[in-house]
Design a protein around this ligand. Structure first.
Ligand SMILES: Nc1ncnc2c1ncn2[C@@H]1O[C@H](COP(=O)(O)OP(=O)(O)OP(=O)(O)O)[C@@H](O)[C@H]1O
Length: 270
């Protein structure tokens, strides 16, 4: 990452979220800096998904606000937020199962306004040129995520891990400046996870800031520049992977008994 860059792309400012009597998030406050990979971790029920849904506009916070490139997201709908350049993936695969892998990405590109209604009604030479450019872009995205060889297959026929890559390709199709990834490697096997780590590094190196919510600690420790840890809806630690893995509060709340297991797995990865 571009070390020393401190410009915040996304700012979570004193956000609280209550569901009736339950406080899912309390006074959450952190920044995501331009060009970094930041992970949000914490035990089950800590409020990660709630925070994720607030950052993408699917939930509106009870208190506080989220700024994306300086803009308050309070009044924006999820789709408006995506169009500002803040794209998300979903925990469940969110692909059009009956369409080909290539068509899935083309749908994503067209949604982004690549082809105007007029273009589709009047296939002029200009529109045909744009169609070819859109196709080339879709193919480039599939190449990037490693699915070129599966372009013509029905998305629904792909393995679970591959379908998650289609979801990732769909998010890339809107040309985001920031990507929010919801448990991107859950359900992936070890080699798919390693390939995914390389992929998100490549995407980050192209200038896209990344925030991920993830339970796979070896993966999080390997890929993150910084980590924010939540417990019972509160931020309990923020720092580099090394700082987080040694933080007594994080060990107590989350890494705890699994810390030894984590060390063994990391040793096996090394
Ligand atoms: N729509 C909702 N209505 C009521 N309570 C909710 C709602 N969404 C989340 N909660 C509660 O808020 C708390 C935080 O949940 P959240 O799903 O954000 O945690 P999490 O860290 O993502 O957990 P996990 O790792 O299991 O996905 C939990 O106690 C949960 O039951």
């Amino acid at each position: 990452m571009s070390m020393g860059t401190t410009e915040a792309v996304l700012s979570v400012e004193h956000v609280s979220m209550r569901f009736g009597g339950l406080t899912a998030i309390a006074d959450l406050h952190f920044d995501v800096r331009a060009g970094e990979i930041l992970s949000l971790i914490g035990p089950n029920g800590a409020g990660k998904t709630t925070a994720f849904n607030i950052m993408t506009g699917f939930l509106k916070p009870t208190q506080g606000r989220v700024l994306f490139r300086g803009r308050d997201l309070a009044k924006l709908r999820p789709n408006d937020i995506a169009m500002l350049g803040l794209a998300r993936t979903f925990q469940r695969t969110s692909v059009f199962a009956e369409d080909s892998v290539l068509d899935n990405v083309l749908i994503g590109l067209n949604r982004h306004g690549e082809a105007s209604l007029l273009d589709r009604l009047l296939p002029t030479p200009g529109a045909r040129r744009r169609d070819r450019a859109t196709l080339a872009r879709a193919e480039a995205i599939l190449d990037l995520v490693g699915l070129s060889g599966r372009a013509q297959e029905k998305a629904g026929s792909l393995s679970y891990g591959e379908q998650r890559l289609v979801g990732f390709a769909l998010a890339l199709a809107i040309e985001p400046s920031m990507l929010l990834l919801d448990e991107p490697v859950s359900g992936m096997n070890a080699s798919e996870t390693q390939a995914f780590v390389r992929l998100i590094r490549t995407v980050r190196d192209s200038g896209i800031t990344i925030l991920l919510v993830e339970h796979d600690m070896p993966m999080v420790m390997e890929v993150s520049d910084r980590i924010v840890c939540l417990s019972y809806g509160r931020l309990i630690a923020e720092g580099t992977p090394d700082e987080i893995r040694r933080d007594p509060k994080v060990i107590e709340a989350y890494l705890g008994k699994s810390a030894a297991k984590l060390e063994r797995r990391e040793a096996a990865h090394a």
